[in-house]
Design a protein around this ligand. Sequence first.
Ligand SMILES: [Zn+2]
Length: 242
Amino acid sequence: METVHINGKEYPVELILKNRGRSASARLRDGKIVIRIPKRAPESERTKIYENLRARCIRSIEKGRWREKKKLKLEHGGKVQILGKEYEVKVIEGKNRKVKIDGNMIIARTPDGNGIAERLGRAFLPEVEKRTRELNATHFNSEIASISLRNNRMRWGSCGRDGRISLSTRLLFTPPEILDYVIVHELAHTKVKSHGERFWGLVAKAMPDHADKRAWLRKNDSEIPTIVCRPKPPRTAASGAI
Ligand SMILES: [Zn+2]
């Protein structure tokens, strides 16, 4: 594995050749630059893509634009803030993976400590759903096909053409009014797809101080944890495979 030095720090660069998908990507993970390139890209092109992405990563880290996102690990006896409320975490050993909310306790059952965080999103979905339906009834009155929480790192939310709203589980670790802003944003997309004047007008009508919320998200992005839920190591190409 190649190592690059940026601002006096060492960063290994890992290359993963992915079987699926068409686009290449780069990410900072556990102090490592991870570059993913589709296997279908011709070998001559892979080197070019790799070098390009690596150069871009180095520039971003140098300029401090690219910081690693915090990760959340749930531990027995630990405390976690979710949607503005503090919960105590209890981890019980058991055969099935399950997360239950009981008052101010999060009870997680797992055989090996893995996969708990992923289920946390599911446990809080009813609360997020309720909030979305309330905001929709008050401001938009749109047809909503479904609401889901996904462990998405790159986007806070999305709204499909058919009224499918998807929100990032990372929003669980933001203050409730921030979650409300992202919900309002996606609900506004049920009326207007693009981010034009009409769109922002709808957002402003439902939430006059939406600009503050957006500024908060930009400022705190790297501090809002990503849930760790990947017990299996990713498929890795042998280093120097390009
Ligand atoms: Zn949008």
